[in-house]
Design a binder for this molecule. Structure first.
Ligand SMILES: [Zn+2]
Length: 369
């Protein structure tokens, strides 16, 4: 073995240029679960320090069933989530039914708001007029924004003529302009982690996830590339400077915060939401801390999948200086997290103030100064 080369499979480098195989059978990555012997102060944070707006909420039955909604209210109280923004892309009659369930609950009517969707199927002649009319009707009914526009946009949704619907397709322009006119944010999820496009080999950070979930593999011959999607997304953001866009999952740039910083610098209409990328924030605590302080006006809390027991991992990363603790989904990240210790003024912005700023229709009461 020469400098710069790896040991052959089944061996590890025990001294420079010296590979050795273990004498016992090696466990698979599923079964190797070492207990950390690190002894250091732990500060679990079951309840957020300030009330939180979850900008990336996906409640399910809670929006159709009054008892489930009340139950979610109790869970939100325990976590200090002041308001859940449902980002389920729901329009028309379904939206009205969900708004009625929320409105009928004395406890929850000011604790949930709903984003409407955009039906991106069959874009072609006449589509934009219908979509704008639907958007206006949904906002009149009580929707407070658009979202979540799902990752199928750009990846797989086709136009009426059978071609791929590009994210920057000019046929969509009237809808983005209408959102600006209605003063509502557009919450958009584009692409997926970069590694989902990469070779599924043992150097891929998401090997396990890709092996577990076939739908997350994007072979080059079937899908546009990650960078193609990013380019189209950024074209969209640039072409509509008056429309407020919130990029879900930090635009999938939490592993390259300088890149997200350049986007924020160039495009003042762009915000980002932190859901489901905690593993990247928590593995670079110093860089992430400085990034959150620098871009404190552009970042919004969001969780994505509604699992009450997972929120405290976010509170702990944002609020503490804890070292080397577990993330909640081992298949996302086999590494540990560190607290990024945000100052109170930044926590308040990320937890609720920025969401209030960009979403005028969220109730204004109950938020600390
Ligand atoms: Zn989502």
């Amino acid at each position: 073995m020469k400098d710069g080369e790896d040991c052959p499979a089944g061996m590890t480098e025990v001294r420079p240029r010296n590979c050795r195989a273990p004498e016992m059978p090696a466990p698979s990555i599923l079964d190797y679960r070492p207990r950390s012997t690190l002894v250091t102060a732990e500060h679990k944070v079951p309840k957020a320090k300030y009330p939180v707006i979850d900008f990336h909420g996906h409640p399910g039955s809670q929006l159709t069933n009054a008892a489930a909604l009340e139950q979610m209210g109790a869970e939100m109280d325990a976590l200090n989530i002041g308001l859940m923004l449902a980002a389920n892309n729901v329009m028309g009659e379904n939206l009205k039914r969900q708004l009625a369930v929320v409105g009928a609950s004395a406890k929850m009517k000011n604790r949930v708001r709903i984003l409407t969707g955009i039906d991106l199927r069959n874009v072609g002649p006449g589509w934009a007029e219908r979509a704008v009319a639907q958007l206006e009707a949904d906002v009149a009914a009580g929707a407070v924004g658009v979202g979540e526009i799902g990752k199928g946009f750009g990846l797989s949704i086709k136009k009426a003529d059978g071609t791929r619907l590009r994210i920057d397709d000019p046929d969509l322009d009237p809808v983005w302009d209408a959102a600006a006119g209605l003063k509502i944010p557009v919450f958009i999820h584009t692409a997926d982690p970069q590694e989902f496009w990469d070779e599924i080999d043992y150097k891929n950070e998401r090997w396990l996830e890709l092996a577990l979930f076939p739908g997350r593999r994007y072979p080059k011959d079937q899908y546009p590339s990650f960078e193609e999607l990013m380019t189209e997304r950024d074209n969209l953001f640039r072409r509509h400077p008056k429309t407020l866009f919130v990029a879900a999952h930090m635009g999938w740039h939490a592993n390259d915060l300088a890149r997200l910083g350049r986007m924020f610098d160039e495009m003042p209409n762009v915000y980002a939401e932190v859901g489901a990328v905690l593993y990247d924030i928590g593995r670079q605590p110093r860089v992430a801390h400085d990034f959150f302080v620098k871009y404190q006006d552009r970042l919004l809390f969001g969780k994505d999948s509604y699992q009450p027991e997972e929120y405290p991992y976010y509170w702990r990363v944002f609020e503490t200086r804890d070292e080397y603790f577990d993330y909640y989904r081992p298949y996302h990240a086999f590494w540990k997290l560190y607290g990024i210790d945000l100052p109170d003024s930044v926590l308040k912005k990320v937890y609720y103030q920025n969401a209030l700023t960009i979403t005028p229709a969220i109730p204004r009461t109950g938020w600390p100064k």
